[in-house]
Design a protein around this ligand. Structure first.
Ligand code: PMP
Length: 385
């Protein structure tokens, strides 16, 4: 196994292979059922096997998927995104989040004729040489025009902009700080506004990587919550409830560059994932998905906080309730976190000891309460140790 789905960073005992999923439940190949708090690391946003999405997929599959060009679903989806997302005047589509973030970076350079791209230290934007966190096989030339700053640190962003001089093409920011193994941080509004000003002053693109958070916090783009609109956004994960799709949205300043860019892939225009996206957005809008996920995430957070107090074991819960991270105090090697999540797993809750987790619209109060029973058992075992 390779990449983020490989279980070697999880405690021994986590299953590597799965048989099926339904709603917020997942069955491993040994038939054990879990309430799922990873949602396939983000893509599953309206529940495994959601019937509305399944119906749209079956209909499109019968009509055709990979044709000599896109179906009308592409136009419908582009119009839908432009209608939903305030900064968006156009959209283009790919398959994975890395396609979308890389296209944003290329567009920023194409439109400005400049080279330097600023990224935050520790942020994840994909798995190819310009951004992969594991530098195995990466040459210094692959990163020659990348500069870093600290997320939410305006001084460090200003100094990186200064280092880029007159060669600044774009600034890439995550929706919020969701680095692996760290407490999460929401974007500071003053930092976000300064990033916007610096891009405007330097004719550079402000790029929000909404691949992980998009459609969970809000339907409008995550930085809308702090009142800042990017020039370009990268989307993927939750857009089509597990079907392979990514999108870039942009404003009119980048329309011409987007129309000239040569970006494509054999499966980028396939119609089924776009039909799945339209159905996913329908469900998210009809049930106010972000609000439901927030409420369920808050119920989980409140329950864990009460158990932490009851057992006298300190935890830090960070990030938006829809994408919670739970880390233990005085636990530099995540030893307590590993013990705790493995115990919760035994009682049927699939949590992650270090990465942010994900809620979906399929999680109900009863599912959260079931999971809280598992975490209670895990706190009890940790206290008894
Ligand atoms: N950006 C962010 C913020 C992500 O979380 C991810 C995936 N974890 C990516 C980009 C890359 O997406 P993908 O794995 O679909 O290429």
């Amino acid at each position: 196994m390779y990449g983020h789905l490989r279980t070697d960073r999880l405690p021994e005992g986590y299953p590597q292979f799965f048989e099926r999923g339904e709603g917020c439940h997942l069955w491993d190949v040994n038939g054990k059922r879990y309430v799922d708090f990873m949602c396939s690391w983000g893509p599953i946003v309206v529940g495994h096997g959601n019937p509305v999405v399944a119906e749209a997929v079956a209909r499109q599959m019968a009509a055709g998927d990979c044709l000599n060009g896109p179906s009308e679903r592409l136009v419908e989806l582009a119009e839908r995104l432009v209608g939903l997302i305030p900064h968006a005047d156009w959209a283009l589509f790919g398959k994975n989040g890395t396609d979308a973030t890389t296209t944003c970076v290329t567009l920023a350079r194409a439109a400005s004729g400049k080279r330097k791209i600023l990224v935050a230290e520790g942020a994840y934007h994909g798995a190819i040489p310009w951004c992969t966190p594991n530098q195995y096989g990466v040459t210094p030339e692959d990163r020659a025009h990348m500069l870093t700053f600290r997320f939410n640190d305006t001084g460090s962003l200003e100094s990186a902009v200064q280092r880029a001089g007159d060669d600044l093409a774009g600034i890439v920011v995550s929706a919020f700080k969701h680095d692996f193994g760290k407490d999460q941080e929401m974007p500071d509004a003053a930092f976000a506004r300064r990033a916007r000003e610096l891009c405007d002053a330097n004719d550079a693109a402000l790029i929000v990587d909404d691949v992980r958070a998009g459609f969970r916090l809000t339907m409008r783009g995550s930085w809308d919550l702090v009142g800042v609109q990017p020039d370009l956004s990268a989307w993927s994960k939750a857009i089509a409830n597990g079907h392979a799709l990514a999108a870039v949205t942009g404003n009119d300043r980048y329309r011409e560059a987007a129309s000239k860019l040569y970006v494509t892939g054999s499966f980028w225009c396939s119609a089924v994932s776009m039909a799945a996206a339209l159905a996913t957005l329908d469900v998210l809008e009809s049930v106010d998905g972000p609000a439901h996920m927030r409420a369920m995430g808050q119920r989980l957070r409140d329950g864990i906080a009460a158990q932490s107090a009851e057992f006298g074991i300190g935890v830090r819960q960070s990030g938006p309730p829809q994408m919670p991270t739970v880390l233990f105090d005085d636990d530099p090697d995540c030893e307590k976190g590993n013990f705790f999540t493995l115990e919760a797993l035994k009682h049927g809750a699939y949590l992650h000891p270090r990465h942010n987790m994900f809620l979906s619209t399929a999680h109900t109060e009863a599912d959260i309460d079931f999971a809280l029973n598992a975490t209670r058992e895990a706190f009890k075992a940790l206290a008894a140790r």
